[in-house]
Write a protein that binds this ligand. Structure first.
Ligand SMILES: Cc1cc2nc3c(=O)[nH]c(=O)nc-3n(C[C@H](O)[C@H](O)[C@H](O)COP(=O)(O)OP(=O)(O)OC[C@H]3O[C@@H](n4cnc5c(N)ncnc54)[C@H](O)[C@@H]3O)c2cc1C
Length: 455
C-alpha cells in the first residue's frame, strides 16, 4: 500500500483517498470516467501546496494528474491509480485594466476570469464554454470566439508560473525558460503544474449569438468561406447535427438536420451588420438570435448533459471547403443512427499571422479545425460511437493533424498527429529537461527524449 503519510502531513485534511466522504464528488468530471479511480486526490490552493504534493507524489512513485476545470475529453484529469492534484482552489483572478493584463490562478475557470475582465470592458479569448479551466484550454491552444481577432489563447499567454517535476517553481515567459514557454503553449500539461498564467487583455464588445439554417453542401461550404473571407473580428463555429430536443431550439426543428452557426463579431459595433451579412445571405434562417451581448454571455457553452457522457471525439485540420467535402459532412451526420455532430471552426485571421513555430500548437496554417463527435451515455454503445467517429474523420481527411483539446483518445498516433514531425521532437527535448521521469503523464503524453551521450 502506497504511503502518503508525508503528504497527509503537508496537506492536513486535504488528501482524500477513495474511501473518504466526498471522494466521488471530487472526482466527478464533465465526462464519465473510464478505468480505475486515482489513488488519492490532493486539494491544493497555493503554490506551496502544489510543491508539497508534487514532492510527496514523487517520494512514493506516483504519477501526477492535474484537475482544473475537469473538461478533459480524454479523462486525463481522472488520473487512474495516480495522485490527482485538484487545483480548483488556485482560483485567484486579477485584472490590470491599465496594463491590459490579467492573471488567472491555475484552477480559475474561463468564465470567472472573463466576468472579472468584463467589468472593465476587456476580454481574453478562450473557447465557447465558461466552465473550462483557463490553464486547461490555454495549454492546448484555445480556439474560440475571439481567435480570428486576437489569435489563440496560447497567443495571449504572456507568462506562466509552473511547479516542475522536481518541485521547483519557475516562471516561463519570453525571456525566461523560453523552451518551456514555447512548449507550454500547445504542449498541454506535460511539463508541470501551472499555478498561474498572465494573459493579454483587449477591449471587447461583441455582437453574437446563433443562426440556424437548413443545411446543404453549398451553404456549408459557403459559410466556412464567408467566415474566412470576413474581417478578423468575425469568428464562428459551424455545427452540423440532427437537432436534439434542446430547449434553445424550437420543437419544430427537433429531429431535423440543422446547420447551427454560433457567431461572434468583436470588431466595431457599427460594422456588425455588414460583417454578418454574408452569413445571413446564405438563406432564410430557421432561427436567428444575434445581438449585442456581454462576451461572458456567449461563453455559456452547451448545458451539461443530464447523464454522464462518453465523448467519442476525433479532430483534425483541413484546407478543403468544397461542396463535395461539405456533402460528406452532411451525409455522415444525417445517416448516423445515434446523436452525432460535426463542428467546424474557420481559422485564418490573427491565428494565421503568428509564425507556425512560435508555439507548440502546430496547426495554425490550416483553414479549418474540424471535430466530429458521437457522445453517448451508454458504455456498451461506445465502440460503435468510436467507429463512427473514426470512419467520419477518415472520410473527411482528418488524419495526421489533430487538436489536443478535442481528442478523446490518446494513442501514440494521436500524439504524433497533434505534434507533427519536428514539433514532437522539440517537445520531447523540453520534456527531457523539465520532466525526465515523465511524472506528468496523464495528458496527450510526450515522452522524454533519450538522454544524450553526456548524460
Ligand atoms: C463543453 C466543452 C467545451 C469546450 N470548448 C472548447 C473550445 O471552444 N475551444 C477549445 O479550444 N477547447 C474547448 N474545449 C476543450 C478544453 O479546452 C480541453 O478539454 C481542456 O483541456 C479542458 O481544460 P480543463 O481545465 O477544463 O479540464 P481538466 O480535465 O481539468 O484538465 C485537462 C488537462 O489539462 C491539463 N491541465 C489543466 N489545468 C492544468 C494546470 N493548472 N497545470 C497543468 N496542467 C493542467 C492537464 O493535463 C489536464 O489533464 C471544450 C471542452 C468541453 C468539455
Amino acid at each position: 500500500m502506497t504511503s502518503l503519510a508525508n503528504l497527509e502531513q503537508a496537506l492536513p485534511g486535504r488528501l482524500l483517498r477513495p474511501d473518504a466522504d466526498g471522494f466521488a464528488e471530487l472526482t466527478a468530471r464533465e465526462f464519465a470516467a473510464l478505468g480505475d479511480p486515482p489513488a488519492a486526490v490532493a486539494q491544493v490552493s497555493t503554490t506551496a501546496d502544489v510543491v508539497a504534493a508534487v514532492r510527496g507524489a514523487r517520494d512514493v512513485g506516483l504519477s501526477v494528474a492535474v484537475r482544473s476545470g475537469g473538461h478533459s475529453y480524454a479523462h486525463h484529469s481522472a488520473g487512474p491509480g495516480g495522485l490527482v492534484l485538484d487545483v480548483r482552489g488556485l482560483d485567484s483572478v486579477s485584472i490590470d485594466p491599465d496594463a491590459l493584463v490579467g492573471h488567472a490562478g491555475g484552477g480559475a475557470t474561463a468564465g470567472a476570469y472573463s466576468r472579472a475582465a468584463g467589468e472593465h470592458g476587456l476580454a481574453t479569448g478562450f473557447g465557447d464554454t465558461g466552465t473550462v479551466g483557463v490553464a486547461g484550454i490555454a495549454l492546448g491552444g484555445g480556439i474560440g470566439f475571439l481567435s480570428r481577432r486576437d489569435g489563440l489563447t496560447v497567443d495571449n499567454v504572456l507568462a506562466a508560473e509552473v511547479v516542475l517535476a522536481d518541485g521547483s517553481v519557475v516562471t516561463a515567459d519570453a525571456e525566461h525558460h523560453q523552451d518551456l514557454f514555447w512548449a507550454l503553449r500547445g504542449g498541454g500539461g506535460n511539463f508541470g503544474v501551472v499555478t498561474g498564467l498572465t494573459l493579454r487583455l483587449r477591449p471587447t464588445a461583441v455582437t453574437g449569438g446563433m443562426l440556424v439554417l437548413e443545411p446543404t453542401p453549398e451553404r456549408l461550404a459557403a459559410a466556412n468561406q464567408a467566415v474566412l473571407d470576413a474581417a478578423d473580428g468575425l469568428s464562428a463555429m459551424i455545427n452540423l447535427l440532427v437537432a436534439p430536443p434542446a430547449p434553445f431550439l424550437p420543437p419544430s426543428l427537433h429531429g431535423r438536420p440543422i446547420m447551427l452557426v454560433l457567431v461572434c463579431w468583436s470588431g466595431p459595433e457599427a460594422e456588425a451588420d455588414s460583417a454578418l451579412a454574408p452569413l445571413r445571405a446564405l438563406g432564410e434562417p430557421l432561427v436567428e438570435d444575434i445581438g449585442p451581448r456581454a462576451y461572458t454571455d456567449i461563453l455559456q457553452g452547451p448545458p451539461p448533459s443530464p447523464q454522464p457522457l462518453h465523448p467519442a471525439m476525433r479532430t483534425g485540420f483541413t484546407d478543403r471547403l468544397d461542396e463535395q467535402w461539405a456533402a460528406t459532412v452532411l451525409d455522415a451526420v444525417t445517416t448516423a443512427t445515434t446523436f452525432t455532430a460535426v463542428n467546424l471552426r474557420p481559422m485564418g485571421g490573427a491565428i494565421a499571422r503568428v509564425p507556425v513555430d512560435a508555439t507548440a500548437f502546430a496547426h495554425r496554417h490550416h483553414a479549418v479545425m474540424a471535430s466530429v463527435a458521437a457522445p453517448t451515455p451508454d458504455l456498451t454503445a461506445l465502440p460503435a460511437a468510436q467507429a463512427w467517429a473514426d470512419a467520419t474523420a477518415r472520410s473527411l481527411g482528418l488524419v495526421g493533424a489533430g487538436y489536443v483539446n478535442f481528442m478523446s483518445e490518446t494513442t501514440a498516433d494521436d500524439v504524433a498527429a497533434a505534434y507533427p514531425g519536428a514539433v514532437l521532437e522539440r517537445l520531447r527535448e523540453v520534456k527531457r529537461t523539465y520532466d525526465p521521469d515523465n511524472v506528468f503523464r496523464y495528458n496527450h503524453n510526450v515522452t522524454p527524449a533519450p538522454a544524450g551521450p553526456g548524460g
